[in-house]
Design a protein around this ligand. Structure first.
Ligand code: ADP
Ligand code: MG
Ligand code: ZN
Length: 611
């Protein structure tokens, strides 16, 4: 309320100032006489003296020069002529019968010539400032001033009762162990300094998004019971050059006051990108910010008790200078959780969520391969929302199933009306995928087959049961079977309708990508050999980032041929399999059209009744 009144008042002030400014400027320019030269005056006096009126002459003291002011019928403005000899001019004018008034030198007022322009400039600057302040306040939801601009935006978290501790971070055993010594150092720096131990100044947490890097950093602060300055790399990158650098300076100044403490720079890649690549325009600002960060990190000794932590998901793009000793000299890889880690994380996030008896977190942890901590948190949250929406007091297995599907394929759009013909095509398409997933080893088995459109834009989906183990790598035969399974949809359409649709676009893209990587990265093609040809390596070309191809045209052709061969062979193999089980294709599609969604037992029963 007060805030709004205040703002309104500022706007009025602003308008009034602008108005007054314009007025002053206008009258100032109006009063300025037009200058003529002396010849124009003598001409006018000679040819048409009647056009001249109101002549005032002012002479400079002691010298004969002066100014003649008059009005002419040819001009609406007052006219001024500089003359070198006033007496002579008076004589000439009086000879022509023009009355002349003699006056003093009309000093151009000091105010008009000197003071006013300066005032106007100051005034304009002031307006700019007010205006700027105003929009800044609006942009950040009020409360920020222009003078805060170069201040760091770090959020300071003072440890309290509800701060995050290691107990809130599930899994990540090794990571926590690595951080233990830092916690211990922050708790009692003297113990370490007495022994002359050198604790890392900077710790870099590296890991995929959602693996708990931010959480881990907070937990370190919570455990050590020290203040925690948290700022995101993108906060440093502003539209004005120099602001980022001054924010860094301010951040460390603040940290020094509160030491021992932790400075946490989240998503440091925003500022810490390799310098000199000329990426993303405006890199001067980023480089300045990065330089300042390096300066600050060199500028304090570890005795001061500041530990800088940073998080990134791309170690390879960071500037090497950041990783030098005395800066971020300790890397901690934060990995995606394994089965046990997932179970622990699920337990943490199920703590305040009442679960029904049919929910088995151990089983769930097994079927959520590849999920990060953030994914698992999201899964539990979605399930709780689903249960609450239905007015239930417990989260059931079904809630979790539903959320699981929602997270993998998007919300089912049950209400969307699908044309009958499209439904039929989708049913056969999905049945084609499902049959292959069932028959081929290493892929599948089928979990759900559905022809309900999804939020992700698919007309239906076939979801295999998640893998049973966390695999670090895949075999060639599995990859080939993946490609085969991708072909299933297109093949079914072809067999049944003799025509194909655009519905297989995504499948084809996926299959092609696997085949290409098999040839160029995994060394799985005999014709090309056990070689790695990646175009993803970012290479600095001159000062620009570019992608270079490191192989010949001939190899490029060979790669393309091999990719095509692999996909073609998979297509042929998949075609034979589906053709052999064409009756299952029909029965599965019909069942889908009837029920829209079928689960594993119903689907498997189709194969039993086949024989
Ligand atoms: P990152 O910074 O690596 O992207 P975050 O730390 O922001 O990931 O994690 C996001 C959320 O995921 C956390 O707030 C937390 O709820 C959950 N989470 C991630 N990892 C874990 C974990 N190991 N234990 C418990 N919760 C986790
Ligand atoms: Mg984060
Ligand atoms: Zn498909």
């Amino acid at each position: 309320m007060i805030q709004r009144g205040n703002t309104g008042y500022k706007i009025y002030l602003f308008i009034i100032f602008v108005f007054v400014g314009i007025l002053i400027w206008y009258s100032y320019s109006q009063n300025r006489p037009v200058e003529w030269n002396y010849t124009s005056l003598t001409e006018a006096v000679k040819t048409e003296p009647e056009s001249i009126s109101g002549v005032t002459i002012s002479q400079n003291p002691e010298i004969p020069t002066g100014k003649v002011y008059f009005r002419s019928t040819h001009s609406s403005d007052k006219i001024v002529v500089n003359v070198s000899d006033v007496n002579e001019t008076v004589r000439m004018l009086e000879a022509a019968g023009i009355t002349v008034t003699l006056g003093d030198v009309e000093r151009e007022s000091y105010f008009m010539t000197t003071l006013l322009p300066v005032l106007l400039i100051i005034f304009a600057l002031y307006l700019l400032l007010v205006f700027f302040n105003h929009s800044m306040a609006a942009a950040s939801g009020g409360g920020r001033n222009m003078s805060d601009f170069g201040k760091s935006r770090a959020q300071m978290i003072i440890p309290g009762k509800n701060s995050v501790t290691f107990a809130d971070v599930a899994g990540l055993r090794e990571e926590k162990e690595d951080l233990e010594e830092i916690v211990d150092f922050l708790k009692d720096p003297k113990k370490y300094l007495a022994l002359g131990a050198r604790i890392p100044k900077g710790v870099l947490l590296v890991g995929a998004p959602g693996t708990g890097k931010t959480l881990l950093a907070k937990a370190v602060a919570g455990e050590a019971n020290t203040p925690f300055f948290s700022i995101s790399g993108s906060d440093f990158v502003e539209m004005f050059v120099g602001v980022g650098a001054s924010r860094v300076r301010d951040l460390f100044a603040q940290a020094k006051v509160h030491a021992p403490c932790i400075v946490f720079i989240d998503e440091i890649d925003a500022v810490g990108r390799r310098r000199g690549t000329g990426m993303g325009g405006g890199h001067d600002e980023r480089e300045q910010t990065l330089n300042q960060l390096l300066v600050e990190m060199d500028g304090f000794t570890i005795n001061e008790g500041i530990i800088v932590m940073a998080a990134t998901n791309r170690l390879d793009i960071l500037d090497p200078a950041l990783l030098r000793p005395g800066r971020f000299d300790r890397n901690i890889a934060v990995s995606k959780p394994d089965v046990r880690g997932r179970e622990e994380i699920l337990k943490v996030h199920a703590k305040n969520k009442p679960l029904a008896d049919d929910v088995d977190l151990t089983e769930l942890s097994r079927s959520t391969i590849g999920y990060t901590g953030a994914d698992l948190e999201n899964l539990m949250n979605e399930s709780a929302i689903s249960a609450a929406k239905d007015g239930r007091k417990f989260i059931t297995k079904e809630d979790i199933e539903k959320s699981y599907i929602k997270m993998s394929v998007g919300t089912e759009k049950k209400s969307r009306i699908v044309a009958e013909t499209e439904k039929k095509i989708t049913a056969y398409h999905e049945a084609g995928h499902a049959i292959l997933l069932h028959l081929l080893p290493n892929v599948g088995p089928v979990h759900t087959v559905s022809i309900i459109p999804t939020g992700a834009g698919a007309a239906g989906y076939t979801m295999p049961l998640p893998e049973k183990e966390d695999l670090m790598f895949h075999s060639k035969s599995k990859l080939l079977n993946d490609i085969c399974a991708d072909m299933g949809g297109r093949i079914a359409e072809d067999i049944i309708f003799g025509d194909v649709t655009t519905g297989a676009t995504h499948d084809i893209k996926h299959a092609t990508a696997i085949a290409r990587r098999m040839v160029t990265e995994f060394g799985m093609s005999e014709a090309v050999g056990v070689l790695h040809f990646s175009e993803d390596d970012e290479v600095v070309v001159g000062r620009d980032l570019g992608h270079v191809r490191t192989y010949s045209e001939d190899t490029a052709r060979k790669i393309d041929e091999e990719v095509k061969r692999i996909v073609d062979e998979c297509y042929a193999k998949a075609y034979d399999l589906i053709k052999k089980h064409e009756n299952v294709l029909h029965s599965c599609a019909n069942l889908l059209l009837e029920k829209e969604k079928i689960m594993a037992p119903e689907f498997e029963a189709l194969f039993v009744s086949e024989s």
